[in-house]
Design a protein around this ligand. Structure first.
Ligand code: F6R
Length: 366
């Protein structure tokens, strides 16, 4: 059932090129001019009625929501709030019938997410579920559903569900942006072409995992690791840190790179591994100066850069490159080395990769 792989997690990591292709199947116009959502069929009037989007989810799905916020704000110019489901429910959220509430859940059964969805409905919001499981409780409760089509995810640590949630968020943002007229046709085309390249680019990343295995073996016994990045890189840093914590039990923290000097820098001492994501051009120089700050404290820095970047390697100890892609699509690629790093760190430490201690695949208690 593991198809020759040692664990479900690594099998599912390797299924990502196929999974992200499936998420896009039938949802892109042949001439790359549009995103099609047969299951939504929204009109410009439907979209004009939406004044605000709230995204609610837990764990990894919440991290996909944070990336979603960047997409909806930047591409569709819509105000977006992202909330952890167990927080959203208890803070009398300010939403009404002009709100689109998007819940994200791989299993479609997470109780806090389901309860948040019910609360959003009760307050009159339009609801949309992004889920991987057909006819799950969340799929049945929401007004509309987008399936991620990642296929069954067995390992407790979410991998292909996350990348397909990111694809779904991006497709939805372009869909809404087109209906709102906030993206020039040429830009839509460019992004869709970038999306279509992702399966083979993800495959490319999975072909050479040796350097990542080596880092994991080398630093796998450190007790603290930091992940830093800005904008979309920060969102992925959060997911990288969660992955490492949950399966390798290494204490990991993700920080917005610019926030380091407001406290966390005190923890950066000689030999502490820092994973620095630096794929975003518009904040590149700023990120670089944060990397210099941690290097000055003798941290060991593993940089993540986009292919073609000649500069980063001069300031870090090791560099991992992702294939060159559109700035909005980087999260789908940068997360893959981070998943692999967590996986090989867990293997190095002899952890039960597919069933980490204290965790369940589907959290049906509040
Ligand atoms: C982390 C992980 C969890 C889930 C979270 C939500 O790897 O798997 O953080 O993402 O429990 O689960 P779903 O998406 O099923 O609602």
């Amino acid at each position: 059932e593991k198809g020759g792989y040692e664990h479900f997690m690594i099998k599912e990591i390797y299924e990502q090129p196929k999974a992200i292709r499936e998420t896009m199947t039938g949802r892109l116009a042949k001439d790359d001019s549009a995103v099609l959502f047969e299951e939504l069929k929204w009109t410009p009037e439907d979209v004009a009625a939406i004044r605000k989007i709230v995204i609610v989810a837990c764990g990894t799905a919440y991290h996909a929501g944070i990336v979603g916020k960047y997409f909806f704000e930047q591409l569709a110019r819509m105000p977006v709030e992202v909330d952890i489901a167990s927080e959203f429910r208890y803070r009398s959220p300010l939403i009404d019938d002009s709100t689109l509430a998007i819940v994200i859940s791989q299993s479609g059964e997470t109780s806090d997410t389901l309860a948040a969805l019910k609360e959003a409905k009760r307050l009159g919001a339009r609801t949309l579920a992004v889920t991987n499981v057909v006819s799950s409780s969340i799929a049945r409760e929401a007004d509309q559903v987008i399936y991620t089509w990642a296929g069954p995810e067995i390992a407790v640590a979410s991998t292909k569900a996350y990348t397909t949630q990111l694809i779904s968020m991006c497709l939805l943002a372009v869909y809404i942006a087109s209906l709102r007229g906030t993206m020039p046709a040429e830009r839509v085309k460019e992004l869709i072409r970038g999306l279509k390249e992702l399966p083979s680019q993800a495959h490319e990343l999975l072909e050479d995992v040796e350097p990542i295995k080596t880092f994991a073996q080398k630093y796998g016994f450190n007790e603290d690791v930091f992940f830093i990045g800005r904008s979309l890189d920060y969102a992925v840093a959060l997911e990288g840190a969660l992955k490492l914590k949950e399966i390798s039990y290494i204490h990991a923290e993700a920080y917005a790179a610019g926030e380091l000097k407001h406290g966390t820098l005190a923890l950066i001492i000689e030999g502490v591994p820092v994973i620095a994501l630096a794929t975003q051009r518009d904040v590149y120089e700023k990120t670089l100066s944060n990397i210099k700050e941690v290097k000055a404290r003798d941290a060991v820095v593993i940089g993540l850069a986009m292919k073609g970047d000649e500069q980063l390697q001069k300031y870090v100890d090791h560099t991992i490159y992702i294939p060159a892609t559109d700035k909005y699509l980087t999260p789908i690629l940068t997360v893959i080395p981070l998943q692999l790093l967590a996986y090989y760190a867990a293997v190095t430490r002899g952890c039960d990769v597919d069933k980490p201690r204290n965790l369940a695949k589907s959290v049906t208690v509040e």
